[in-house]
Design a binder for this molecule. Sequence first.
Ligand code: ADP
Length: 241
Amino acid sequence: MERKMEEFSYFECVRHSLGEAVHRFKDLINIIQGFATLAQPKASEEFVRNALDQIINASKRAIYLSKEILNVTGERRYEMKVFDLNFLIQSMKTKIDVTVEHYIKVVYELSSIPLMVKLDIEAFNEVLTNLIQNALDAMPEGGTIKIKTDVASLLNKEFAVLSVTDTGTGMDEETQKRIFEPFFTTKGAKGTGLGLSIVYRIVRDHEGSIEVESEVGKGTTFKIYLPLIKDVASLTASSAE
Ligand code: ADP
């Protein structure tokens, strides 16, 4: 059973508009804080100095609050750089291997050719960490996580594919339909229901797509497609950004 991310586009539109509005709001507050900070030392009256102090403090709280909202709506700003996906996974191996319990086996199946992709390293870490954490949660009695990289062609475009497969509980169709919704969780108080909505948004922001294949009692595979960078010229230009 496969589900594609396009089905969640209405929610994405709302989230995007909210994120953009919060960014604008934050920029305005920054201006207010900036001018109040400039004016404060020049104010001769104590009352004005105190008023400017209040404005500066309230601005700081508003900026903090905006950042909190942006974390939930996901309208973050990325620092995009070109990486070889295989190299990234290799460099994360040690961290992954120490994260998992001894009763979990992690196997890697990396493609033999470099897979150059453009991504924000922090966001990519978040994606992989979330997928691995979900795989671990689905295998409380142990199992195997396979991390695989590959190339795929979709609509005449080439993509690097990262798959994370587990041998855990799997999901029924009803669950699969809802996994990318924020706050949807089957883990009760232990879950936030935010992990996959964040993964979905990051992948979308990287012009990629995500698919899930799952079978109850057998396990789950998440596949992430990221546009492959093929020509050296665009690669050099991207690295220089
Ligand atoms: P959380 O992990 O906090 O519940 P997520 O958004 O990461 O939030 O996941 C939402 C739900 O998707 C989970 O509660 C679980 O039901 C389901 N899920 C996600 N990954 C897997 C997986 N690998 N195996 C089984 N179920 C999964």
